[in-house]
Ligand binder design. Structure first.
Ligand SMILES: Nc1ncnc2c1ncn2[C@@H]1O[C@H](COP(=O)(O)OP(=O)(O)OP(=O)(O)O)[C@@H](O)[C@H]1O
Ligand SMILES: [Mg+2]
Length: 323
């Protein structure tokens, strides 16, 4: 079976004066999948989304989005996509219902009342429907935003940091919605700084760094690339060397010994190494064991390794403080 791509871009570039925000974006998102575009502040995620949704004109490169050429057929692309921007696009001086009816009218939907009602219901906003959106909580606003971007059942949905600043419950609701959309066949490209979010939602993750895709793969592949971390705690420092020998043999990498904590640790990319096996082998070697663990890497580890940066390192920018 050949894969159909909902988004396929090649060498997209965008400069803002001296800032080369996107420097050759090659991205492939298979139809019906969720792609997580992960990157630190300023990596170019929003610019990438704005390019792919025709809100910005690329300086170079090309892309097909939802079956149409981005540059030559922007109107067709627009008709098939939905976008939720990083910052709320709903009007605070209108009620939730009025906002959705306005969006529906802009999209030439005939029964604006019915469509608005349907979406308010789906997003749990029926009770608050006739209140000004300015009185909504952050999570409610985000849901209203998301509802607005779905007004015309897009084939491809772009979500720019859909859960930034939300509490865990609101975040969970958005996650559920993304999963539901995927089930309905919508392709979703979401940007995020939350590694956990990409890990949970995305079929594929593209790690973006300084305007380029630094790496792509499934969450599992990205983790496998980094390996897992084995650590054993021995009962007595005398046993450290013996434990290190076993760990070395099993992980295939040089262990580090911590003489204060009585631990030996090593990274391994050997997927056949399991915790029971680690414990068994240490036992067999006569190592007095107090504890052992084999931890899969977090996407934080993946990020550090692949980009040399950390997504939250300069997170207290003015935007965040204002939020
Ligand atoms: N309209 C603009 N004019 C000038 N520079 C811009 C503009 N939009 C973005 N940039 C710059 O382009 C770079 C990429 O910005 P972009 O907003 O795409 O990053 P991002 O990955 O979305 O970051 P964040 O996580 O903070 O949302 C940054 O250096 C930014 O300052
Ligand atoms: Mg952004």
């Amino acid at each position: 079976m050949t894969t159909t791509y909902a988004v396929l871009s090649e060498g997209l570039e965008k400069r803002f004066g001296d800032v080369h925000a996107v420097r050759g974006l090659d991205l492939a998102v298979a139809e019906g999948t969720v792609c997580g575009l992960l990157g630190p502040n300023g990596a170019g995620k929003t610019t990438a989304v704005r390019l792919l949704t025709t809100l910005l004109h690329p300086d170079a490169g090309s892309a097909r989005v939802a079956g149409h050429d981005l540059v030559r057929e922007p109107a067709e692309v627009r008709r098939k996509i939905g976008v939720t921007g990083q910052h709320a696009s709903v009007d605070g001086d209108l009620t939730g219902r009025q906002n959705l009816r306005l969006f529906a009218r802009l999209h030439r939907i005939r029964d604006t009342a019915a469509r608005a009602g349907e979406l308010l219901d789906r997003f749990g906003l029926t009770e608050a429907a006739d209140r000004m959106a300015s009185t909504y909580s952050g999570g409610m606003r985000r849901r209203l935003d998301l509802a607005a971007s779905l007004i015309r059942r897009p084939d491809v949905l772009f979500l720019d940091e859909p859960t930034t600043g939300l509490d865990p419950e609101s975040r969970g609701r958005i996650w559920e919605e993304v999963r539901a959309l995927k089930k309905e066949g919508t392709t979703v490209l979401l940007t995020t700084q939350y590694l956990e979010e990409a890990d949970r939602l995305a079929d594929d993750i593209a790690v973006m760094d300084r305007g380029r895709i630094a790496h792509t793969g499934s969450p599992a592949q990205l983790k496998a690339l980094i390996g897992s971390y084995a650590e054993v705690l021995v009962a007595h420092p005398d046993a450290l060397v013996k434990a290190a020998g076993v760990v070395d043999r099993l992980t295939g990498s040089e262990p580090s010994l911590d003489l204060d904590r009585n631990t030996v640790g090593a990274v391994t990319t050997d997927a056949t190494l399991t915790l029971p096996r680690l414990v068994r082998e240490l036992d067999a070697a006569g190592v007095p064991l107090l504890d052992a663990s084999l931890k899969p890497p977090t996407l934080d580890d993946v990020f550090l390794r692949l980009t040399g940066g950390f997504p939250d390192s300069d997170r207290t920018d003015s935007k965040e403080l204002a939020a």
